[in-house]
Design a protein around this ligand. Structure first.
Ligand code: KG4
Length: 365
C-alpha cells in the first residue's frame, strides 16, 4: 500500500492531502483572508499565516483520511515556483516530518501539479463525506493532450504526453508550447479589477460582474504575438487608458465618481475584459490543437474557475470536436490534492528528492 501526505504552500493557500494507491482520501485547504485589505498577497504575511496554519491543516488532512502518520510511505511538497517565504514553510515542514518518520521525500513542481489535477480521483469514502464532489464524473484525459494552464502567475499551453516507449516512467512528460511573455491571465484580471476598485482577488469579481455587462461596449487592444505565446500587458494598458480617457471626458477624478455618472460602468468593463482574455486564450489553444491534430483538451489553474472560460471550452469542444476536460472547482485553485497525484506517480518511479532540496521561486514546468 502506498500512502502519501502532500503539502502545498506556494502562495496564500495552506493545503494538505492524503492519497492512497492513487485514490485521494482527503484534501484540506486554509485560505488567507489577511491579504484582502492590501489588494494583493503580502509575502511576509503569507509566510506567517502558513506557519500558523500548517500544523492544523496537516492534522485535519490525516484525520479526515483516517490515516496515522506511521502509515505514511512518503511526504510530498511543492518545491516551486511560488513565493519563497511561503514555499519554505511547506518544504521545511515536509523535511522535518519525513526525517522523523524515516520515509522518503518527494518534490513536486506546482505547475505540473495543476496539470495533474486532471488525474485526481477521490476515494468513495471522500466523495460520501463531501457533498460538493457528489455527482461529478471524474474523467481523465488520454495522452497526448493539451492543457491550457491559467493561474495568477502563469498562462501556458502545455503538451502532455505519456512516457516515451523507451522509459518506464509513470510521470507524464510535459512540454510548454507557449507561455505568457509578460503578465499572466489571472494577473490581468486582478490588476484590471484593482483599477476598477474591486476587492482582491479580482478574478472572481470580474467573472461575477461580467455576467450582467455588455462585452462590446469598450473595445480593448488584442496582442499580436507570434507562435503559441501570450501577452496581456498591452491589454492591461489599453484597459487603463480607456478608463482614464473616459474620466477625463466626464471631468471626474476617481473611478467611483465615474461609476456614479456612467451606468453599468464596472459591469461593462468586466464583460469586455473577460471576453477579450478568453478570446486571446482560446484562439492560441485552438491553433495548437489544429497544428498538432490533438482533440483532447484540458483546462487547469485558478483562472479555470472562470465561468466564461469554462463555457468557451465547452463551446469550442462542440465546434471543433474536442473532448474537453475541466477539473472540479476544488482542484483548480491551489490545492494539495494535485500535488499528491503528481507525487504518487513520482513514488512509482522511485523519484525521491534529497533532504537538502531548496525551494525555487521561479521556473516553468
Ligand atoms: O491557481 P491559483 O489559485 O493561484 C496561482 O497559483 O496563481 O490562481 C489564482 C488566480 C487569481 O488571479 C484569481 O483572480 C484567478 O485565479 N481566479 C479567477 C476566478 N477565480 C480565481 N479569475 C477569473 N475568474 C474566476 N472565477
Amino acid at each position: 500500500m502506498i500512502t502519501i501526505l502532500s503539502i502545498e504552500s506556494s502562495c496564500d493557500d495552506t493545503s494538505a492531502a492524503v492519497i492512497r494507491d492513487g485514490l485521494l482520501l482527503s484534501n484540506v485547504t486554509a485560505s488567507q483572508s489577511v491579504h484582502e485589505e492590501f489588494g494583493g498577497v503580502v509575502p511576509e504575511l503569507a509566510s506567517r499565516a502558513h506557519q500558523q496554519n500548517i500544523v492544523p491543516v496537516v492534522d485535519a488532512a490525516l484525520r479526515r483520511a483516517g490515516v496515522d502518520k506511521r502509515e505514511l510511505s512518503a511526504i510530498a511538497f511543492t518545491r516551486g515556483p511560488g513565493l519563497l517565504g511561503s514555499l519554505l514553510v511547506g518544504t521545511s515542514f515536509a523535511k522535518g516530518l519525513a526525517l522523523s518518520l524515516n520515509i522518503p521525500l518527494i518534490e513536486v513542481n506546482h505547475l505540473q501539479g495543476h496539470v495533474m489535477a486532471h488525474f485526481v480521483h477521490p476515494a468513495d469514502s471522500m466523495i460520501a463525506a463531501n457533498p460538493k464532489l457528489q455527482g461529478i464524473e471524474f474523467r481523465h484525459p488520454a495522452f497526448p493532450f493539451l492543457c491550457l494552464l491559467v493561474s495568477g502567475g502563469n498562462s501556458q499551453i502545455v503538451l502532455v504526453e505519456s512516457h516515451t516507449p523507451y522509459t518506464v516512467h509513470h510521470t507524464p512528460s510535459m512540454t510548454i508550447l507557449g507561455q505568457t511573455i509578460d503578465d499572466a491571465a489571472g494577473e490581468a484580471f486582478d490588476k484590471c479589477a484593482k483599477v476598477l476598485g474591486l476587492p482582491y482577488p479580482g478574478g472572481p469579481w470580474v467573472d461575477k460582474l461580467a455576467q450582467i455587462g455588455d462585452p462590446t461596449r469598450y473595445p480593448l487592444a488584442k496582442p499580436n504575438i507570434p507562435g503559441y505565446d501570450y501577452s496581456f500587458s498591452g491589454l492591461k494598458t489599453s484597459f487603463l487608458y480607456s478608463l482614464r480617457d473616459q474620466m477625463k471626458a466626464e471631468g471626474v477624478e476617481t473611478i467611483d465618481e465615474l461609476a456614479a455618472k456612467v451606468p453599468n460602468l464596472r459591469e461593462d468593463y468586466c464583460a469586455t475584459l473577460q471576453t477579450t482574455v478568453i478570446d486571446i486564450l482560446m484562439r492560441k489553444l485552438k491553433r495548437a490543437a489544429n497544428d498538432l491534430g490533438i482533440r483532447q483538451v484540458a483546462l487547469a489553474g485558478g483562472v479555470s474557475a472562470n465561468s466564461g472560460l469554462r463555457a468557451a471550452m465547452i463551446d469550442y469542444a462542440k465546434r471543433y470536436h474536442w473532448q474537453a476536460f475541466i477539473p472540479p472547482f476544488s482542484f483548480t485553485t491551489d490545492n494539495a490534492a494535485m500535488i499528491a497525484q503528481a507525487a504518487y506517480y513520482k513514488f512509482l518511479d522511485a523519484d525521491f528528492c534529497p533532504i537538502d532540496a531548496v525551494p525555487y521561486a521561479k521556473t516553468t514546468i
